[in-house]
Design a protein around this ligand. Structure first.
Ligand code: ZN
Ligand code: ZN
Length: 314
């Protein structure tokens, strides 16, 4: 009889333990807000990879010393604008129409975030110079399509209306930070890609320098505003590079798997991350997605990437 009671207690204890193992326990991070800035289409050889880094003085001199730089960072999918951005927002490499005529197959970070925080549409923002990137707010998956949609501010006046100047996008981004207090903010600047496609080397270099300066302004605001300070992680990356010299027409185009198209840059900053380190672990666009999912504890999110654990403080 006594043995039966002991056995019963043991079975109940084992059951309770297995239940508690199944429960997803939220990790506590200091990060409450995430900002992603995508600088469209510079080559590594004109940004972090250039001796002295003359085109990215803010990244090199001010941002890198307080954040983490991945020295071996890649787009391993289609090296086009919409596919590069889709990899960042959905965590999956997908061959997707590059003109804004197709939604991503899978839900993006915004949709997962708004499923978890249904009252926060006004705090999830997609702000892009390229109108076609408005597709990132939605997806084809019937369980998610037209649900949990972020606020969008893309191109001249939404998908199909054309690109706008980065200075306009920059003002909209600052407005979203200052007045809207965006909690999930995803930004695209069209330069230096826009000038690169025109074959304008001077404009291409200026585009790298100007976006470097805009990123610095965004970072400065985050660092000094009481709402964001100490609670915000920021990622600065690219959707793709451009052809290496000697491949096709060089810096003018992109879209293949040459080193110039694949190799890009990632700078990560935030209260949960180390500061002033250059990381030599190889990483790619999908890993940014997985890392944001971890920081914001988006348990519905499925990513083919890995959480960049090397960023995190011990
Ligand atoms: Zn692009
Ligand atoms: Zn290429």
């Amino acid at each position: 009889m006594r043995i039966n009671v002991i056995l019963f207690v043991l079975v109940v204890l084992a059951w309770i333990q297995s239940c508690s193992r199944d429960k997803v326990v939220d990790r506590i991070y200091q990060t409450k807000n995430v900002v992603v800035v995508v600088i469209d289409g510079p080559r590594y050889t004109e940004t972090w990879g250039q001796t002295g880094r003359p085109n990215v003085p803010y990244l090199n001199g001010i941002l890198a010393p307080v954040g983490c730089t991945h020295a071996y960072f890649y787009n391993l999918g289609g090296t086009w604008t919409t596919s590069g951005h889709t990899a960042l927002t959905t965590g999956i490499y997908q061959n997707i129409n590059n003109t804004g005529g197709e939604l991503p197959q899978n839900p993006g970070i915004f949709q997962h975030y708004l499923k978890k925080h249904p009252d926060e549409n006004a705090f999830a923002w997609l702000i892009t110079s390229k109108d076609k990137l408005e597709v990132l707010a939605n997806c084809k998956d019937s369980k998610w399509k037209n649900k949990y949609l972020a606020s969008t501010d893309c191109g001249v006046g939404g998908n199909g209306t054309g690109y706008r100047h980065d200075s306009i996008t920059f003002r909209r981004v600052m407005y979203a930070l200052e007045e809207r207090k965006a909690k999930v903010l995803f930004v695209n600047f069209r330069e230096p890609d826009f000038s690169g496609h025109k074959g304008d080397w001077t404009g291409y270099i200026r585009g790298i320098q100007q976006t470097d300066s805009m990123v610095h302004e965004i970072w400065k605001y985050i660092e000094n505003d009481p709402f964001y300070k100490g609670k915000t992680s920021m990622f600065v990356t690219n959707d793709h590079g451009r052809h290496s010299n000697g491949v096709s027409n060089g810096f003018i185009s992109h879209g293949c798997d040459c080193e110039g198209c694949r190799r890009i840059h990632l700078w990560s900053f935030g209260p949960d991350f180390k500061s002033g380190v250059v990381l030599n672990e190889a990483a790619d666009l999908l890993d940014v997605h997985a890392t944001i999912g971890e920081l914001l504890q988006l348990h519905t999110l499925k990513s083919s990437g890995r959480v960049l654990t090397e960023l995190f403080k011990k």
